[in-house]
Structures are given as structure tokens and as C-alpha cells.
Design a protein around this ligand. Structure first.
Ligand SMILES: [Fe+2]
Length: 333
């Protein structure tokens, strides 16, 4: 599906049909489209109707229909269109292996949240709610034993996270893989804080035979999205604060279960209702940090107790591939 994204083959380009012009030989008039603001959309759709890939055809037909209607609705001027082209060009130029400005644009416009929420409705079972993957997930994070600390600097104190990973009926899932990543003591991800590429405040844990996990980390902090690029300029122009509520990202997977990309948001954050990327979309993902939780295996440490449930993997899940792949790989090929 959509193999054009990954480069054409000679067979893809072998048959290129011309436009289906109106008028014709014998009318005495040249074959031109004689377009108006109302007819150009249909002309574009007719020309794209030769697209062999049905999903690409469906997506592009809808995209062009809505994009043209948007331009008509706002009466887009040539000068404004060039501003938009300039903006998108700068979004692209801002992208590096460490920074994905297009994901930020998608996040701050709510499109990432929409795609996630629609994906959730396709699950065959109701499991833990999802949240945004965001631009800071990295593959190949270091593995830790239960209870080990993932952060190098614990000057802001430590927090324990514990609980179970089960299926929707409560059956423990042993050997589930838990990727965790979050901000450091300064509210930065390692990608932002250390240009050397060294990993910090992230790691991989594995559940035990009873589905239990135990993680030691530090309190995540509210943080601003990167505001020094074109997306930040847009957010400022809209008089938005650009802040995300403090949260801990998690990616949980196990064979034959749907991969869970989620995050826990601290109940004490003042940005829960105004998250600039609309990630804190479920009250079920709001977690309390409890002092002296008697059930926490790490005694005396502030703790977050959260049990995760995974839905069984459907055939559609198997075909669609991972949802938690490393954003730094985008555009790398
Ligand atoms: Fe985040």
C-alpha cells in the first residue's frame, strides 16, 4: 500500500494516461479546460482518477476536495498562499534526526490526537487509553532491572512507578516490554539536553511472571514545546502558551497484543486542560504521586501506581505494523 512513498518502479511509470479534455477534434476549438474556481476541483480529481493504488486514490481525492474547499472558504490570496509555502518550507528545513518539526505541527494542530483517537476505535478490545508518541521516543534505549533508576540526575528527588500489565480480563502478561521516556531534572529530553546522543531518563523494563513492573525515575516537569522554530512562531501568533503538562511516556508491547503508546499525566499540573498538543485527552491517564504508599515496593519513595491493560492484536493490527516507531528514522532513507 502507498508504495509510491518509497520510490517508483519502472512498471509504475510505464503507463501514463493523458488528461481527459473536453471538446475535441471537429469542434474547431482548442482542447483547454476553461477552468473556474468551481470546476478546477473536479478537473484535478478526474486527472488523478488514473491512480492504481486505491488507498492513495481515496486519500488524495479527499485531500484535494477539502483543500480546494478550504481555499474557497477563506478566499485564499496568492500572497497568503506563498506565506503558507514559505512556512511549510521552513518546517521541513527545521527537521533534523534530533528534531521533527512536522510532528510538532501535527501535534499542535490536534491532527496527531485525532489520528490516535480514531486508531483507538479500531481496537478489538477496550484497553488502557492511548496518548501521543511525540517526537522524543528513541529505539534501543538501555535495559534496566526492576527498581533501577533511569535518570542520571536525581537532584529533584525520585519517584517510583509500579503496577501490573494484564489483558482486558485481568490475566497477567509476563515478559511484557515497557519502554519509558520522560524529561530530566531541567524539563528536557535527552535529545534536547545532550547533543552527543547519550541516552538519559529513558529505558526498557520487563514485567515479571505475574505481570508486575517496578520503575524508579524522577518527577517529570511541565515543559514547553520547542518555540524557536516555525511551529513555535505560529503558536505564539495564536497567543497560546506552548506548554505540555508533566508526563511520563510509555510504550508497552507483548507478543499477540496491540502495541500500547500512552503517557501518564501528573494530576498536579496546571496545563492538563490546555495541553498545547492535546495529548492529555483522557482523565484515565491522570496519575497521582502518592507519598508513603504502603503498597509500593520501594518504601518511603513517592509513588505512582498504575495498572495497564493490553488489547489482543487483531489481523488489521498485524497488517498495519508498529505505531511506536522511532521518529528520528523519518526521512532517513
Ligand atoms: Fe513528552
Amino acid at each position: 500500500m502507498l508504495k509510491w512513498l518509497f520510490g517508483q518502479t519502472s512498471s509504475d511509470t510505464a503507463e501514463v494516461k493523458g488528461p481527459s479534455g473536453k471538446g475535441g477534434s471537429g469542434s474547431g476549438k482548442p482542447e483547454v479546460l476553461n477552468l473556474t474556481p468551481e470546476t478546477v476541483t473536479q478537473a484535478a480529481l478526474e486527472q488523478m482518477a488514473t491512480t492504481p493504488d486505491p488507498r492513495l486514490r481515496e486519500i488524495m481525492e479527499a485531500a484535494i476536495t477539502h483543500l480546494h474547499q478550504f481555499a474557497r472558504d477563506v478566499k485564499l490570496t496568492p500572497a497568503e498562499w506563498l506565506v503558507a509555502i514559505d512556512f511549510m518550507t521552513r518546517v521541513g528545513k527545521t527537521c533534523t534526526p534530533e528534531r521533527q518539526e512536522f510532528i510538532l505541527l501535527s501535534d499542535t494542530t490536534g491532527l496527531s490526537a485525532l489520528v490516535n483517537l480514531m486508531h483507538d476505535t479500531t481496537a478489538m478490545e477496550v484497553a488502557t487509553d492511548t496518548s501521543l508518541l511525540g517526537p522524543f521516543f528513541r529505539e534501543n534505549a538501555p535495559h534496566f532491572k526492576p527498581g533501577e533508576q533511569i535518570c542520571k540526575n536525581i537532584s529533584n528527588g525520585e519517584v517510583a512507578m509500579y503496577g501490573r500489565v494484564t489483558d482486558v480480563k485481568g490475566k497477567p502478561i509476563a515478559n511484557a516490554r515497557i519502554d519509558i521516556w520522560q524529561t530530566d531534572e531541567n524539563g528536557l529530553y535527552d535529545i534536547q539536553a545532550d547533543a552527543s546522543g547519550a541516552m538519559d531518563s529513558r529505558g526498557v523494563f520487563t514485567t515479571d511472571a505475574n505481570g508486575n513492573y517496578l520503575i524508579r525515575t524522577v518527577p517529570p516537569l511541565d515543559y514547553s514545546i520547542p518555540m524557536d522554530g516555525p511551529v513555535g512562531a505560529l503558536v505564539r501568533a495564536q497567543k497560546r502558551h506552548g506548554m505540555r503538562p508533566a508526563h511520563i511516556h510509555l510504550l508497552i508491547s507483548a507478543p499477540d497484543y496491540r502495541e500500547l503508546v500512552t503517557a501518564l499525566y501528573l494530576s498536579t499540573s496546571k496545563y492538563l486542560a490546555t495541553d498545547v498538543v492535546f495529548g492529555s485527552s483522557s482523565e484515565d491517564l491522570v496519575a497521582n504521586v502518592v507519598e508513603n504508599d504502603p503498597n509500593c515496593p520501594l518504601k518511603g519513595m513517592p509513588a505512582v501506581h498504575y495498572d495497564f491493560t493490553l488489547a489482543r492484536m487483531s489481523e488489521a493490527d498485524r497488517r498495519s505494523g508498529r505505531v511506536g516507531s522511532d521518529p528520528s528514522k523519518i526521512g532517513a532513507n
